[in-house]
Design a protein around this ligand. Structure first.
Ligand SMILES: C[S@@+](CC[C@H](N)C(=O)[O-])C[C@H]1O[C@@H](n2cnc3c(N)ncnc32)[C@H](O)[C@@H]1O
Length: 225
């Protein structure tokens, strides 16, 4: 009998491919909003204003990045996975599929666009993964403050200039050995909004062992020592 996994569930597979297809229109949709919403650091808009302006833009992780996260979660078997920046939930499906196949754990994800939250909730129900996913609505810097640990895996994929504050917020509840994954390392490296985050996790004084993983725009995987 062939072993199978939840990413191969037709409901999950078709939701992911449907959303990746829609995400191909991101460049067209983003053109309406001027500066790239992901580079919030250079824009004079608040995180909420940017989230509202980007309400039609997927900005997903890559499929390879999703499979990497799936495998990491299968190996780590986290009790709690936290995601900063859900968007329409492509990445969340990879996280929840791995949690489903582990048979234990939960996914807490964060989003501040109401439109995206409504659409993602429907997708989670359609794929049968909604029982594993809690959507924390609002600014993650506030909603994550009440989360109880320990946390063993974190995906940081919200506005890049907020990744460091969110990591610092979560540090007290990170279990030693926890993996923190940040997407889009190669987007504007050196001057990009992720720079302060990368400088922080790569400074040995701050207690992480890092590897930059070459999937699409690069994922920084940091192990909490
Ligand atoms: C790059 S997209 C996330 C893509 C998603 N991880 C995926 O792979 O499909 C970033 C998302 O983070 C959300 N976001 C940014 N800052 C946030 C904050 N402070 N709190 C909650 N959500 C935030 C934005 O609204 C946006 O939808």
């Amino acid at each position: 009998m062939a072993l199978t996994h939840t990413l191969a569930d037709p409901r999950v597979e078709s939701a992911i491919s449907r959303m990746f297809e829609l995400a191909e229109q991101d460049d067209v949709n983003a053109a309406h909003f001027g500066p790239d919403p992901a580079s919030v650091g250079s824009a004079p808009r608040t995180p909420q204003e940017l989230a509202d302006a980007a309400a039609a833009i997927y900005m997903p992780i890559s499929a390879e990045g999703g499979k990497l996260l799936y495998n990491l979660i299968r190996a780590v078997r986290p009790a709690t996975v936290i995601e900063f920046g859900m968007s329409f939930g492509i990445s969340t499906l990879y996280l929840a599929a791995a949690v489903r196949d582990n048979g234990t754990g939960r996914v807490l994800t964060t989003e501040m666009s109401r439109k995206k939250i409504t659409a993602a909730r429907q997708t989670f129900a359609d794929t049968g993964l909604d029982d594993l996913i809690t959507v924390l609505e609002g600014d993650a810097r506030e909603t994550l403050a009440a989360v109880e640990g320990p946390v063993e895996l974190v995906l940081l994929d919200g506005w890049k200039d907020l990744c460091l504050p969110v990591l610092r917020l979560l540090e007290p509840i990170l279990r030693p050995g926890a993996l923190v994954v940040a997407d889009d390392v190669d987007q504007g490296e050196g001057e990009g909004a992720l720079r302060p985050y990368l400088d922080y996790v790569r400074d040995p004084a701050n207690g992480y062992q890092n590897v930059t993983f070459p999937v699409e725009d690069g994922m920084e995987i940091s192990c909490r020592l």
